[in-house]
Design a protein around this ligand. Structure first.
Ligand code: EPU
Length: 415
């Protein structure tokens, strides 16, 4: 429940990056020893992954500060039970990890947010190039290899998931793997750094060519995940949403926020970086702006939905082009219930700025749609009731607590 209209003022801290964490946990399994991961976000996807690896025989525990200890020496299953893998997309990283560790894995097709077709053909193409036989039958994917051998793999599309999965799978392959047209997202670099901390030899992560020189074995490691670029961006947008906002967001990596900062500045919002903090000040109704989502370092698709909410009250017409996920406009119908003027045609949404949104009952259709509706609720007159919070809980740690600490009138209601 949100009572809108209150500008956000104060300081908050960003949690560890969800999309890095959900790859680090599976990656830890290939070490066959102990790993300590620090600064993990306390979100549902992390708890689900922990349960999955415990069911497979690993020991894992996480404390309230986000430190997870994983001992994968007892991992004994290359067949992953069906149920929970469907709850999150990132369970596909178990394919790369268990292929590396056991040369064999079988798992149900992964789930995740419903934001359009989510093929994994590039993952499969890469696993095959490394020497795996792949079978897809009755919703199950099975991979089997006598041995994994390094290979040159050119990804047909820039895919975060395929880049990370193939880096993990190739870590202990014989010889060198070269991934071309690789994704450059911060979490790709984070996973490469973690693999290297366990003794892997991954070079070039953060560019579009990554080389993985196979090693025979890995060792224990202690590693701290990077701050969440998308969580930080979400709060930057929330800070800009109501004139009078003045929010300092701590524990950020400024470089990761360049594209969102540039867009907010274009919209007339003040953005100041200072060390590992960013301060966002809103003195005015935002100007309209055109946005096109692109792979990193372009404007992230994961912030497209939240920034759409902000543009609904801008001073003109904005054109939003979603070039990554064709189905990522399901938040639009909910925003319209609140008085937004948005037309969607294929992959383009045209947003006409209006004078105000009004609170309504709306439903989160996916994780970032949920964040978009929370921002719209903060901007709206009156009360907004958001349903299906489990989507938000998958990826934002204590969203309502952090916003309430900035002065938002927001509370979670259990029915
Ligand atoms: N694609 C293919 N074939 C593949 C893989 C991807 O055609 O084998 C296409 C997709 O259809 C899409 C594009 O390539 O059009 C990019 O997909 P990508 O593989 O990069 O996405 P992903 O790895 O499945 C991750 C994040 C998403 C984020 C995208 C893009 C995780 C767990 N998920 O998904 O995050 O939108 O990268 O940056 O890391 C979110 O956090 O809300 C979220 C959906």
């Amino acid at each position: 429940m949100i009572n809108g209209g209150k500008p956000l003022v104060g300081q908050i801290s960003v949690s560890g990056a969800k999309n890095a964490t959900v790859a680090l946990i599976p990656a830890a399994l290939i070490s066959n020893s102990k790993c300590v991961l620090e600064n993990l976000p306390l979100i549902r996807d992390v708890y689900v992954l922990k349960d999955i690896i415990v069911q497979m025989g690993a020991k894992a525990c996480i404390d309230q500060s986000g430190t997870m200890e994983i001992d994968s020496s007892g991992l004994n299953r290359s067949h992953i039970a069906n149920g929970q893998v469907k709850e999150l997309r990132a369970s596909y990283y178990l394919l790369g990890a268990l292929l590396a560790r056991f040369k064999e894995v079988s798992m149900a097709y992964p789930g995740g947010c419903d934001i359009g077709l989510r093929p994994i053909d590039q993952h499969i193409k890469g696993f095959k190039a490394l020497g795996a036989e792949v079978e897809i039958e009755h919703g199950m994917i099975s991979l089997k290899a006598k041995k994994l051998v390094g290979s040159d793999i050119f990804l047909d599309v820039v895919s975060v998931g395929a880049t990370i999965n193939l880096m993990i799978a190739a870590t202990m392959a014989e010889g060198t793997t070269v991934l071309e047209n690789a994704a450059k997202e911060p979490h790709v670099v984070d996973v490469a750094n973690f693999l290297n901390s366990m003794g892997a030899r991954v070079k070039g992560a953060g560019t579009d060519v990554i080389k993985i020189m196979g090693v025979e074995k890995l060792h224990e490691s202690s590693y701290m995940v990077i701050p969440d670029q998308i969580e930080a961006g979400t709060y930057m947008i929330a800070a800009a949403a109501i004139p009078g906002g003045d929010v300092t967001i701590n524990n950020v990596i400024p470089k990761h926020l360049d594209s969102i900062a540039a867009k907010l500045v274009e919209m007339g919002i003040e953005v100041h970086f200072n060390g590992d903090s960013v301060r966002v000040i809103s003195n005015r109704k935002p100007k309209s702006a055109d946005i096109k989502t692109l792979p990193y370092p372009g404007f992230p698709t994961d912030l497209q939905q939240p920034i759409t909410s902000l543009l609904t009250l801008s001073d003109g017409t904005s054109m939003i082009t979603e070039s990554i996920w064709e189905g990522r406009f399901r938040h639009v119908d909910e925003l319209k219930r609140m008085g937004a003027d948005i037309k969607v045609e294929g992959r383009v949404a045209v947003v006409e700025g209006t004078d105000g949104l009004s609170g309504a009952k709306v439903s989160a259709t996916d994780l970032r749609a949920g964040a978009a509706l929370v921002i719209a609720g903060l901007m709206a007159n009156g009360e907004t009731e958001i349903f299906n919070l489990f989507h938000i809980d998958r990826g934002y740690e204590n969203l309502e607590g952090k916003l309430a600490s900035l002065g938002a009138d927001i509370r979670r209601v259990k029915y």
